[in-house]
Design a protein around this ligand. Structure first.
Ligand SMILES: *Cc1c(COP(=O)(O)O)cnc(C)c1O
Length: 411
């Protein structure tokens, strides 16, 4: 979203016009912005043979997945339905990575039958896999990085093994035994870097460790660094310098290639980096309310549609797009659910009037994807702005949609 010629636009279109056409609350995504992020990502890692697998749990609308495919990414999936969406969007099975967590082995078997890239992240699944498939299907092993984010501490505990993700370092011997006994074809090593990617120092240390482990697998074809690259959401918290990270990785990578005597691919699974700042949740101010010292802006959405502020204490920049010239006031922006439902506390907004259009920014990732119909309020519609046109990519949920799945009793 941009402010140009005294008005707010998204993908070159007037935001009021979009919301008049489709109503509020409304998720709107900017295709050009997404394309820009894909291009930035590719440029940052142009020094290594990098592959991008869009982590579609961030925003799993079919049209967004189609767009990613058109932009040349692969796909990272975490459930059978996400694999189905990927196939529906035109991805070939081998372009899809399946990286689930703590799922029934049946889901892994299903993915193998489909032909996706398989990621194994527990000893239990690896044992089942080894017995059933042996070396017939190549697999990627997900390690538990658990790399502490405390850079300045002497007690950086790289592998504190508290998280449920991945296979811990202490179990690597078991992986090696299974590999030898069943002639497993381990061709990938994966860490979902998560907050690790916040700091180049930690990333460097983490990547070194991962390369060291990866060097021990004779069928190795790629190392997958997962996702977790943050974007600037406007709250002043630091974000990584991606080109600098790319340079760091290039150096580590060429050392690695020299050591093992061949070249492998480097995979990433960005979700929020590609789509986070490409999406805005638009809402209408329903009520202005003053309680004691607090000025509230009530809007026609809430944590049913954007759970991140309440669930993760996440910051989303909020803008009154209807009154750019209005005097700044401090408001707390709240949703319309019958429960504590803050979207932004003590924010400086241009004076808000009832019916003003309110933009909640950085809502592209984990926005609609985590939305519910709590309070029996339908989920919003989703719109993709592309080449100067607003495309409805999901219609607004209705009462009929909600009641359809219910089975009433004959009382
Ligand atoms: C969630 C997830 C991602 C994407 O994380 P972002 O923070 O959105 O980049 C990537 N890989 C895996 C395995 C994930 O579970």
């Amino acid at each position: 979203m941009k402010y140009e010629n005294d008005r707010y636009t998204l993908g070159g279109m007037d935001v009021h016009a979009i919301c008049r056409e489709f109503g509020t609350p409304l998720y709107v995504y900017d295709a050009a912005y997404i394309a820009g992020q894909v291009a930035h990502f590719k440029a940052a890692f142009s020094g290594v043979p990098a592959r991008i697998k869009y982590a579609c749990k961030a925003c799993s609308n079919l049209a967004i997945i189609q767009l990613m495919r058109k932009l040349g990414t692969g796909l990272d999936t975490v459930s059978p339905a996400e694999i189905q969406l990927g196939l529906a969007a035109g991805f070939k099975p081998e372009e899809i990575v399946f990286t689930p967590n703590c799922v029934d082995f049946g889901e892994i078997e299903q993915a193998i039958e489909t032909g996706t890239v398989i990621n194994i992240e527990s000893i239990s699944s690896l044992q089942k896999f080894a017995r059933k498939y042996g070396g017939a299907v190549p697999i990627c092993i997900r390690l538990n990085p658990n790399i502490s984010t405390q850079v300045n501490s002497d007690t950086v505990d790289w592998w504190h093994n508290q998280s449920k993700f991945g296979i811990s370092r202490s179990q690597l011997d078991t992986v090696k035994e299974l590999e030898a006994d069943h002639d497993l074809k381990i061709n990938g090593v994966h860490i979902h870097s998560s907050s690790v990617i916040m700091s180049p120092e930690i990333f460097t240390a983490g990547a070194r460790t991962v390369f060291d482990i990866a060097a021990g697998f004779k069928y190795l074809e790629y190392v997958d660094f997962g996702g977790g690259i943050k974007v600037d959401v406007g709250d002043g918290s630091p974000v990584i310098d991606l080109p600098a990270l790319g340079q760091t990785l290039e150096n580590l990578y060429s050392d690695f290639c020299d050591r093992v005597g061949r070249r492998i691919e480097i995979w990433f699974e960005p979700g929020r980096y590609l789509i986070g700042n490409a999406g805005v949740l638009f809402a209408e101010c329903t009520v202005i309310k003053k309680n004691e010292a607090v000025d509230f802006v009530g809007v026609d959405t809430g944590f049913n549609h954007l759970i991140r502020p309440m669930f993760y204490d996440a910051y989303h920049d909020i803008v009154n797009v209807s009154n750019p010239g209005g005097a700044k006031h401090t408001y707390t922006v709240v949703g319309n659910l019958c429960e504590i439902d803050n979207l932004g506390k003590e924010r400086r907004l241009n004076q808000v009037r009832e019916k003003d259009l309110i933009a909640i920014k950085s809502a592209g990732a984990y926005g609609y994807a985590m939305a519910s119909s709590y309070n029996s309020r339908p989920r919003p519609a989703e719109v993709l702005v592309m080449d100067g046109q607003a495309h409805l990519i999901r219609r607004r949920e209705t009462y009929a949609d909600m009641i359809q799945q219910m089975v009433p009793l004959d009382l």
